[in-house]
Design a protein around this ligand. Structure first.
Ligand SMILES: [Zn+2]
Length: 373
């Protein structure tokens, strides 16, 4: 019966199209839903800056007991094909009809939150202040959460409900990611007649590669050069090349040092040969690492134990809104909520996992530590 209600809420949510930058309707729906549940609903004005379909939305459940405040977070946008989604239940799993994604990423998280709030209210479970954050534009680069002013939140510890796999898995770390484009400029010359008048971009690259490390550099640090473009003819000294690469590390310091090294090695090599380089570096995400002895993990571990969940700690290769929260001083881990095969038309979520996630959210809220005197 309770799962019927949750499935209904989930179906309603995914039936509202909200591909990234078109989140307005689902935000309108959520504002009404949370007001009906007697939560306080606020939003920022980030839409002006982000050009997304909606602002970040915060629904606050005021506390009934003296516990530390917590936050939970989900994103409201989906990838394509995500228009006209219809939910089909088969063998205890929810699928789309097959021609769209399901949108459990991340609307299952929202349905889980709604169900948890309803159960807390119906059962009169004592709770501290809980803030529920809903961000647009996550799928296109964490745009909503990146624009969120963290002083809008009282809580310093929180849980992003936006990870696949069985409930009990927790993403405790994610890398800082830099992507770079290097344009190497030498001088063209006829390779057979007067090669000494040329400056070869290949020679500059070869020199730089003597020093630039690629591959796995340590357990949580990697680097790669993935694109090399240039040249048209064997009889011309190659004067122009484009190189694209990246570095990732869970240790932000290491990533910073590595990207500096990469650009220095390219510059030095260019100088040595009399050529030049332009380097464009983009910081795509800021990494984080949360240890077991931090409160956000302690509360999770205690809650998972109480529910008999098997805890699996994950280091993610990619980013989520947890990166944005951690970057700006909040402590957040990303919890698995059961969905599988996201971003495909085969996406599905077992109802049993959703029910477990509801219990986990409630248990975390119950186990938030008492406020310090
Ligand atoms: Zn997601």
């Amino acid at each position: 019966m309770l799962s019927e209600r949750m499935i209904q809420n989930f179906s309603n949510l995914v039936s509202i199209d909200s591909i990234s930058r078109s989140e307005e309707k689902v935000h309108d729906y959520l504002k009404k839903k949370f007001r009906d549940l007697k939560l306080k609903v606020t939003e920022d004005n980030s839409k002006i800056k982000t050009s997304l379909g909606a602002n970040n939305l915060i629904a606050t459940l005021e506390g009934t007991s003296e516990k530390e405040p917590l936050f939970f977070s989900c994103h409201t946008d989906t990838v394509s094909p995500g228009e006209g989604i219809e939910v089909v239940e088969e063998d205890g799993k929810l699928f789309s009809k097959g021609d769209t994604i399901l949108g459990a990423d991340d609307k299952a998280g929202i349905a889980i939150i709604i169900e948890a709030i309803q159960q807390i209210q119906e059962q009169g479970i004592p709770h501290g202040k809980v803030e529920f954050v809903f961000s647009p534009g996550e799928e296109i680069g964490l745009i909503g959460s990146s624009a969120l002013k963290m002083d809008m939140l009282t809580a310093t510890n929180g849980y992003v409900l936006d990870s696949g796999g069985v409930v009990g898995r927790v993403t405790i770390a994610s890398p800082t990611l830099y992507m770079y484009d290097v344009t190497i400029s030498g001088v063209a010359a006829h390779a057979g007649i007067e090669p000494e008048k040329g400056i070869s971009a290949i020679s500059i690259l070869a020199d730089a590669l003597q020093n630039i490390q690629i591959g796995r550099l340590d357990e949580t640090t990697t680097a790669n050069i993935g694109v090399i473009q240039g040249g048209e003819s064997t009889n011309v000294v190659l004067d122009h090349m484009l190189i694209k690469g990246e570095v990732r590390s869970v240790d932000p310091q290491k990533a910073n040092i590595l990207i500096q090294e990469v650009s220095n090695y390219f510059r030095q090599a260019a100088k040595k040969h009399g050529g030049s380089v332009t380097i464009e570096i983009k910081r795509m995400a800021t990494g984080f690492h949360i240890n077991d002895d931090e409160n956000v993990m302690k509360t999770f571990l205690k809650s998972a134990k109480n529910l008999g969940l098997e805890v699996v700690r994950e280091v993610s290769g990619g980013g989520s809104d947890a990166n944005s929260f951690n970057e700006k001083g909040k402590k957040a881990v990303n919890l698995s909520i059961g969905y599988e095969k996201i971003h495909t038309t085969d996406e599905y979520i077992p109802v049993e996992e959703m029910k477990k996630a509801v219990q986990l959210v409630i248990e975390i809220i119950k186990n938030s530590p008492n406020k310090m005197e």
